[in-house]
Write a protein that binds this ligand. Structure first.
Ligand SMILES: *Cc1c(COP(=O)(O)O)cnc(C)c1O
Length: 402
């Protein structure tokens, strides 16, 4: 399938990821517009209920985006100024920023270059290099859709007294296999205190902007509900004063407006109904890429053929990444780099991090490229992407094995 002999040319630009909106989605949103409530109606709770069931968690809280989800998690876990939290340098900056919102310090451990995930052996080394209590939390990331082994992370967290927020923006429907051979779904709350998801259009489920927090802790669930709406509660059992009328409510702590409107939840519900089909197609496309790149010298696939992989991204590594990125652009293929390591961002360098601090992720960054992967990508379009990559590697360029 990788022969560049085909005359097929796609009729549309091919980005690394894009949403899939159907007539049913449009109908669901149009219908929601006729409801009595546009922001806090029954669709929100229904989306939460169905999403919790999908990932296998007890509770879910819909929020305005994945970044708000991370912020609320940090607040719910009471991150304080000066507290130290460990995350991966290979993630979207928001995974780290939520700690900064609360005045905490962000620390990093390097990745496992075979998977792109936080190397838990290096996390252990970092934890052991300091007295217990030095770090308070861990934010592992299910990078590209590959699930972190949260059972191992939980053991580490228990040993060192850490909480865990699983950043699962890339992995709804993903899973890892635990020590007893059981599949553990991302965000199921079995090992992490809290997990977060994003419904940005490039992610698996699109709501425009949108996000979700899942947990098995009833206490954290109630705190998240309060923090999502200004710190206000109306629950009779939670009130600290005697109500003086039916309107009574209390603002008990400083919260935010991080709600997700009914309209977005209606879209989310409609998308969630197709989530398994989208995931199956992503896995099928990934297997086709794996097969196509197997015999191609000069392309290294990140974490190929992993059963629980949710494939938000399909990432390859090549010697001349910039050359390939520019070349594919001329063929209407718009790839992306995930990610510039967080510690190399000028903001984080301003906090003391430097080039060379995490050599594995820096080496990964020098060669990585996310190529088109989304459920509506056709086999023909995918073959065209492969053919263009092969053409680049074979025409006038020395093939370097990395
Ligand atoms: C998308 C993403 C976020 C942030 O989600 P938004 O909905 O865009 O705010 C956080 N972490 C990771 C790993 C992401 O991919």
């Amino acid at each position: 399938m990788s022969e560049p002999t085909s005359t097929f040319r796609p009729t549309r630009a091919l980005p690394y990821g894009r949403q899939h909106i159907t007539a049913a989605d449009v109908a669901a949103v149009t219908d929601a517009l006729q409801h009595d409530f546009l922001t806090q109606g029954p669709t929100v709770a229904e989306f939460e209920r169905q999403f919790a069931a999908y990932v296998g968690a007890s509770y879910a809280v819909a929020v305005s985006n994945g970044t708000a989800a991370l912020h609320l998690c940090a607040l719910a876990l009471r991150v304080q100024p000066g507290q130290r939290v460990i995350t991966s340098p290979l993630t979207f900056a928001a995974s780290a920023n939520c700690v900064r919102y609360c005045g905490g310090e962000v620390h990093f451990a390097d990745i496992d270059p075979a998977t792109g995930l936080l190397d838990l052996a290096l996390v252990r080394r970092l934890l052991e290099a300091h007295p217990k209590g030095y770090f308070t939390g861990l934010i592992p990331v299910d990078f590209a859709g590959l699930a972190v082994n949260l059972e191992a992370a939980r053991q580490l967290a228990d040993e060192f007294g850490l909480w865990i927020i699983e950043d699962s923006c890339h992995a709804p429907g993903g899973f890892f296999v635990d020590s007893r051979g059981q599949e553990q779904r991302c965000g199921n709350g079995r090992f992490a205190d809290l997990a977060i998801f994003s419904f940005h259009p490039v992610k698996h489920i699109a709501t425009g902007e949108g996000g979700m927090i899942t947990t098995n802790s009833e206490e954290l669930f109630h705190r998240l509900l309060r923090l999502r709406t200004h710190g206000i509660t109306r629950e009779p059992a939670d009130l600290v004063r005697e109500p003086d009328g039916g309107w009574y409510m209390e603002m008990q702590e400083l919260g935010y407006n991080y709600r997700l409107p009914d309209l977005n939840c209606a879209l989310g519900l409609s998308q969630l109904a197709r989530a398994d089909a989208g995931l199956a197609r992503r896995r099928q496309l990934a297997a086709r890429y794996d097969a196509a790149f197997g015999p191609v010298a000069g392309v290294r696939v990140l974490a190929p053929a992993h059963p629980g992989h949710a494939y938000h991204l399909y990432i390859i590594q090549v010697a001349d990444r910039k050359g390939l990125y520019d070349f594919l652009k001329t063929r209407q293929i718009f790839t992306q780099v995930h990610y510039i390591p967080v510690h190399r961002m000028p903001y984080y360098e301003g906090l003391g991090w430097r080039a060379g601090d995490f050599p594995r992720v820096e080496e990964y960054y020098a060669h990585c490229l996310s190529i088109p992967l989304f459920p509506t990508l056709t086999d023909e379009e995918q073959d065209y992407v492969v053919a263009c990559i092969v053409e680049f590697l074979q025409t006038g360029r020395e093939i370097k094995i990395i």
